[in-house]
Design a protein around this ligand. Sequence first.
Ligand code: NAP
Length: 241
Amino acid sequence: MGIALVTGASGGIGRAVVRALVRGGATVVAQYHAHRDPVDALRAELGERVIVEQADLRDPVAATRLVDGVVARFGALQVLVNGAGAIRDDLLAVAEIEDFRALLDLNYLAAVACARAAVRPMMRQRFGRIVNLSSVAAHVPGRGQSNYAGTKGALEAFTRALAVELGPKGITVNAVAPGVIETAMSEEIRALAGDSIRERTALGRFGTAAEVAAAVAFLASEEAGFITGQTLRVDGGFKLR
Ligand SMILES: NC(=O)c1ccc[n+]([C@@H]2O[C@H](COP(=O)([O-])OP(=O)(O)OC[C@H]3O[C@@H](n4cnc5c(N)ncnc54)[C@H](OP(=O)(O)O)[C@@H]3O)[C@@H](O)[C@H]2O)c1
């Protein structure tokens, strides 16, 4: 699988993605922002095939530096997983425009900046896999999610447009849209509305980070070479009923 960069690797889903990619044979650069301990623990668990890097990806210069650093160090980049993200739910009438800008910087523009830096080395290789972490909120948002849903909708449109652009170069671009997954990010919503979420999920439960990671690892694999521009929902059938 070669060299992979996973952003948001200190998060619940990011950690599971790093595990899945290393298991698939990749060397993984694991980016964190404020919490180093989880990625250090991954390196202790998985060994030298995990390389730890810090970056604040709200800054596109830092995002570019991160990707360029991976390419300079390894001379290649086969897989980019844009997993860094945050949620900032509020009703529009009381939300600030600055909240929208902050979330757009992290959930959308950070992925754009990382992809932009990754595209050249991937084109040289005539191979690449880009997987963006979206959300079911882009499709079936809850109340107060206009900010978060907007950023993920943008990310999915970007995914499709980039797939068109990069297909001829042998690079696939896909998104995974998780439902409610048991990580720190969804702690509050699970506490507030857990029963009704389970009730509206065909499988009747929350998902695990490992279940999302399995989908990401598949889309990042060589075997997924004829799949591009897609969003794979890993949501247990959320709001199907
Ligand atoms: N959990 C869910 O239910 C769910 C559902 C749908 C979609 N998703 C999406 O899946 C992705 C991963 O979610 P998760 O549940 O793993 O979230 P999480 O546990 O809260 O992790 C968030 C990750 O983003 C990183 N991050 C935050 N601010 C950053 C910044 N300024 N620069 C760089 N990285 C930053 C965090 O790094 P530090 O901790 O080191 O600061 C962490 O690694 C996100 O894109 C999220 O929107 C999650």
